[in-house]
Structure formats: C-alpha cells, structure tokens
Design a protein around this ligand. Sequence first.
Ligand SMILES: Cc1cc2nc3c(=O)[nH]c(=O)nc-3n(C[C@H](O)[C@@H](O)[C@H](O)COP(=O)(O)OP(=O)(O)OC[C@H]3O[C@@H](n4cnc5c(N)ncnc54)[C@H](O)[C@@H]3O)c2cc1C
Length: 465
Amino acid sequence: MLDADLIIIGAGPAGMSAARRAAEAELSVLLLDEQPAPGGQIYRDVDRASAARGDILGKDFTVGKTLTKALGHERITHVKGAVVWQIEDGNRVAFTQDGKAALATGQRILLATGALERPMPVPGWTLPGVMTAGSAQILLKQSGITCARAALVGSGPLLYLVAAQMVRAGVPPLALIETQTKSDLTRSLRHFGGALRGWPYLLKGLRMLVALRRASIPRYVGATHIAIEGDQYAQGVAFRIGNTKHRIACDTVLLHHGVIPNTQAARSIDVPHRWDDVQSCFAPECDEWGRTAVATVFIAGDGAGIGGAKAAAYAGEISALEIARDLNKMTEMARDSTARNLRRNLASERAARPFIDSAYPPYAGALKPADDTIICRCEEVSAGDIRRMAGLGCLGPNQTKSFGRSGMGPCQGRYCGLSVTQILSDANNISPSETGYYRIRPPLKPITLGEIATMVKSETIEVRK
Ligand SMILES: Cc1cc2nc3c(=O)[nH]c(=O)nc-3n(C[C@H](O)[C@@H](O)[C@H](O)COP(=O)(O)OP(=O)(O)OC[C@H]3O[C@@H](n4cnc5c(N)ncnc54)[C@H](O)[C@@H]3O)c2cc1C
C-alpha cells in the first residue's frame, strides 16, 4: 500500500502548487493524475511542447513549466497515468495505472480535479465531426493536430483563446458563432469597475479579439436557433441573428459555452454542494482553506469554483498551508502570514470573474434544449424524454435512471448531469438546488473487473512514476 501525508488528485496548477507547498512544509505527497504528463488542462503536456508549439499556444501556456519543474522535489511522488476511481473513508484512494489497481492511504486528501466543459446540447451535437473547443485544444496541445474547416460555436474566453491558437497554427476557424448578446455586455458593465483589478485578463481578451479581427475571422454575435446539420456527419451550422437565417458550411463544429467544476469525486464522498446562480452550476461547499464537511478532504482550483489557472495555483497553496498546520508541520502564525499574500493575489485573479461570467452567460437554447435533442449520449435519452419523465412525477436526476436509464452509461452522468438537472428543474418549476444532482457512486471512471482483481496484490504493486 502506498502511504503519504497528503494525497493530491489532479496535477493541474492547483494540484502542482499544493504539492510543492506541502513538500516544502515537510509533508510526504502522493500526486495522482490520469494524464501521462503533469500540467492539467491549461499546461497539458507542457514539458514536451516544442518551441513552435509553445509559440502557437502562447506565453500563458509555457509558463506552466515552472510548476512542473517543482514536482522534482524529493517528497513528491507523482504517479502518472493514475486514474482515480474510488475514495473510501476520506483517506483511502483506489486508482489504476497500466491496467493494475492500487490503494493508497493519506492522512489528508486534496481534490484538484479541475473543470469540465459545460454540456452544450443543440440539435445535431452528437454527429461525428462535432467536438468541444476544449477537445480541439487537447489535440493541439498533446498531438499538434488542428481541425481544418472548423466553426467555433458558443460563448466565453476559451472560445477566443482556441480561435487565436488556431490562427497562430495556420489553420484559422471559418467563423466564430457567438451566443452572448449586446445586452449581456451592457448588463455586465456594472461589474467593469471591479474587473479593472483583473486588468491583465481584460487586456488578454482584447488582444485576442484584435488578433481575430486581423485574421479576418467572421464573428456572428447574438446567435440563436443553433443547429448542426448533416446526415452522417457535421456538414454545416445553421443559426439566426435576429430574424436573419445564416448557414456556415464546415467539416468540424467546436462547441463551448463555459466550464463547470468537475464535482464527481467530491460528490462520491458526500461533500455537500450548492447551486451557484452566477456561474449556473453546482460547486462544492468549502471554507476559505478549501476544507470540506468531510474532515480529511480539501478541494482547490476550478473543482471548487471556476477561477482560472492562476487562481487555482494560489488556492492549491492555501489549502496546502492549512493541511500542513492541521498535521502539525506548521504553526497557525506561519500559515496565516504566508496565506496573506496568496489571498491578496487570489482576490485580484478573481476580480474579473463577475464581469466575464455576466458578459458570457451559457447559451439559453442549450439550457432549454428542444425535445428531440439528445441529452444523455450514452443511453440516447432526449430532452423530451426527460420532460415526459417530469410529467410522470420524476423530481430529480436519480429517478431519471429508473424512469429511462439517463445517466446510467459509462460516463455516469459526468456529461449530461447538469443538463438533466436544468431540464427537470424547468419542467417541474423547482430550483436546480432542490432538484439536485446524480448520486455519484464508484467507480468514478470505467474500470474492468480484471483491473479490480489485481488489487489483491496491491501491497507489492510497483507504480510507474
Ligand atoms: C478542456 C479544457 C481546456 C482548458 N484550457 C484552458 C486554457 O488553455 N487556458 C486557460 O486559462 N484555462 C483553460 N481551461 C480552464 C482550466 O480549468 C484552468 O482554469 C486550470 O487548468 C484549472 O486548474 P486546476 O488545477 O483546477 O485543474 P486542471 O488543470 O483541470 O487539472 C485537473 C487534473 O485532474 C485530473 N483528474 C481529474 N479527475 C481525475 C481522476 N479521477 N483521476 C486522476 N486524475 C484526474 C485531470 O486529468 C487534470 O489533469 C480549460 C478547461 C477545460 C475543461
């Protein structure tokens, strides 16, 4: 069995910063991440990136090398390709690596599992050729592959970033079809004063827009009635701006309308969650150190609430300080004096968030999808099916499983969960908070019986670092 003072799940900015800070405070750290290399979403595979790929992805990407370098600390054991599928009793973590299962025990656990892209169910979104913008970025970061003849559809800064990266890669998108409206922007202006503290983000956004304009990428703002067309695969996107119909012929459609905390691991161990009205998603309840109602479990980074990479790194360090104090490796005074600066930086990082969230709300059409739009892709359950279940008395996502198998496929509701909550909430006229979410049971990620069977030998398992 692998033991450590602290087990961190997720080697993104939150997990990596927490690991370094905890190791410096003399804690032994086991860092588990399913990816073959550290970096998380933003710095994915940064250590392997060539100079040319670094230029395409930008300065904010290559800066991640500072965090990955710190993982060389002797007290940090980073197990790569380790998929965590169960957490037991708040201190035991089961994971598989190379098809073999292992158990690790930690005095404290930090969940740094980051964010997922918000599902964007629109007609035709299950056709081959449709992906999320984040997946296109993963292809670019990890394999240097770009999508030709692609249309980017949705809203939010990540859409601009992916578009700008595609331009730099020499494969510009055909168009940006954006769903936020001019009145969203006007409404968001009330947050502009506060957002000025986070001016680097505003400047970055402005620069990306200028770059897209220079590259002559057509932008359509305020798009509604979005539908992806094609019989066998995506061949175009139809939408309306006001009363005018448009159609862009393309081979690939990249959807994105924001990111939401990845809450599966926290939910699987009954950490209470609350509905966040501003970000229209569930977030785990944590205190200012990331401590949850499960005394041994902390959460940091986008998994606790969307704040971006730098905010995630500060939050990871803050949690590590409290964990070190908790395990008597640091005094309260030392914890507080180090945390003070980190908190100040964290507040500036978060300053632009209310402005961004209100300027780029999720696409209304995907929050209230048409009846024939598929919601649960694993089991092919449509929005109309879920509304019919509501009509038959189904009040929450868990019941949709017995009413019609929604959320019962391999993803266990990871991708449809939020849409199911929102459709039921709307149909029953009950708040998302009361409607609730799927009860998440292990395994968190698919695992074979063969892999579980190897657990018998876990005491002797040798993990690849
Ligand atoms: C697809 C996508 C692309 C993004 N790209 C950018 C970008 O280019 N620029 C930007 O500023 N922001 C980007 N973001 C936002 C991003 O979430 C950042 O704010 C930042 O990476 C958050 O850091 P984090 O440490 O909280 O989580 P992450 O960086 O997301 O790291 C979480 C890590 O946990 C791992 N993990 C999750 N579950 C398990 C499990 N069960 N077992 C093992 N490992 C697990 C993940 O593989 C991941 O490596 C992106 C988000 C998404 C969803």
